[in-house]
Ligand binder design. Structure first.
Ligand SMILES: Nc1ncnc2c1ncn2[C@@H]1O[C@H](COP(=O)(O)OP(=O)(O)OP(=O)(O)O)[C@@H](O)[C@H]1O
Ligand SMILES: [Mg+2]
Length: 383
């Protein structure tokens, strides 16, 4: 018999450890594929870990177990959710069932009851799941990779554009590049498309609900890369609400393998929403002293937002040895590993921007360090 893949979601480490021990008693029947400490984490882990069953606590930070269950039921209907509640939370149980949970168990639980409940509930839902698998596979679930910095001009937009191009050339990956520097976005200029439609047109025309509707507003840079440009006027940002962004992002997530986002330097609610929903934040700095100072502050903000070091990756752009500071110094000062170092290569990068011809599109540049280092970084993102 195939083992049942279980994801444990509980904010109490002790409970998670206890469940682990119990399930390990029957290793021939259960495989623990992961653990999560809040509802948001559960939703992020499901596409990667593909659990059969989620054991879900109710009271968890960020997104509680009920909200998470509701999302799982619509987004991942083949996953069986079993709610774990403590005595006295009985009023939640009815709600849990309405949210789509298939069963519940009350803590502290009897070990055998826990094992039996998982087995029986899983078996009961298996037949139903089989019918759903085909439709589920068709919808994609894009990884969101966001470029951010706390100092302007460090190269976010150049990196976002060229990494999106690089990723789009890896085994048929479908990539969307979204210019979310809503005031001063300049990616349209970098690909020589001045009068193209922008995110403001999508929203003004009320076309945020489906991919079919948004498609005409995208610029197809190559067959696997589409770009949604930022508005051409800074004041347009006032007309772009978080609700619309959320809808657009959801539509894109179902249609692409990667969403690469370029951002402006701000912690607006839109930027925070994007950062929250990103699988990776690529925090760009240069070795220049003001940039390093602001990066240190920015990384502290990332930490206070609860993003771990696996999510926030530091990139040093325009690297040269002439600053007298090396990789090790930066890592030590920031207590943060450097994910990638992209060399300063002005003779390549600046003309590519001025001409509107991204350097990663030019095969002649493949031997250059700036190309190679970007390619190495993108390979690490493509897991
Ligand atoms: N690896 C590099 N080597 C040399 N110059 C670079 C490199 N990367 C970027 N630049 C230069 O840095 C400048 C700023 O780049 P870019 O516009 O991408 O930065 P940004 O962080 O998006 O800035 P903004 O804050 O304005 O959005 C550009 O003129 C570009 O030519
Ligand atoms: Mg920029």
């Amino acid at each position: 018999m195939q083992r049942i893949k279980v994801l444990i979601a509980d904010d109490m480490k002790e409970t998670v450890d206890l469940i682990r021990k119990v399930l390990n008693i029957e290793q021939e029947n259960f495989e623990i594929v992961g653990e999560a400490y809040n509802g948001e984490e559960v939703l992020k882990l499901i596409p990667r870990l593909k659990p059969d069953v989620v054991l879900m606590d109710i009271n968890m930070p960020k997104l509680n177990g009920l909200e998470a269950t509701e999302k799982i039921t619509t987004e991942f209907p083949t996953v069986t959710v079993i709610i774990m509640s403590v005595q006295g939370e009985n009023e939640y149980l009815r709600k849990a069932m309405l949210c789509g949970a298939k069963e519940y168990i009350v803590k502290p639980f009897n070990y055998n009851a826990l094992l039996e409940t998982i087995k029986v509930t899983f078996e009961k839902n298996k037949a139903r799941s089989v019918n759903l698998v085909t439709t589920l596979d068709e919808a994609k679930n894009a990884k969101i990779i966001t470029y951010f910095s706390s100092k302007g001009g460090v190269g976010k937009s150049v990196l976002a554009l060229n990494s999106a191009i690089t990723l789009s050339k890896y085994d048929e990956k479908k990539v969307l590049l979204m210019d979310m520097d809503l005031q001063f976005g300049d990616i349209s200029m970098m690909v020589n498309k001045y009068n193209a439609k922008t995110i403001l047109d999508v929203i003004d025309d009320g076309q945020v609900e489906s991919f079919e509707n948004i498609k005409p507003y995208l610029y197809g840079h190559n067959k696997n890369l589409d770009i949604l440009f930022a508005p051409s006027k800074p004041e347009a940002v006032e007309f772009i609400g978080l609700g619309s962004i959320e809808k657009i992002l959801k539509v894109f997530q179902e249609s692409y393998d990667y969403i690469i986002i370029d951002t402006g330097i701000n912690f607006s609610e839109t930027t925070l929403h994007i950062l929250d929903n990103s699988e990776r934040i690529l925090f760009v700095s240069t070795m220049e002293i003001v940039s390093l100072k602001n990066t240190k502050l920015g990384l502290q903000v990332m930490e206070s937002l609860g993003y771990d070091k696996d999510k926030v990756k530091l990139i040093i752009n325009k690297f040269t040895t002439s600053y007298g500071i090396d990789k090790k110094d930066v890592q030590e000062a920031f207590k943060h590993e450097i994910f990638a170092m992209i060399p300063h290569e002005e003779n390549i990068v600046t003309p590519s921007i001025n001409k509107g011809e991204p350097y990663s599109d030019n095969p002649k540049h493949q031997k250059l360090k700036v190309w190679k280092s970007l390619d190495t970084m993108c390979k690490q993102l493509n897991y």
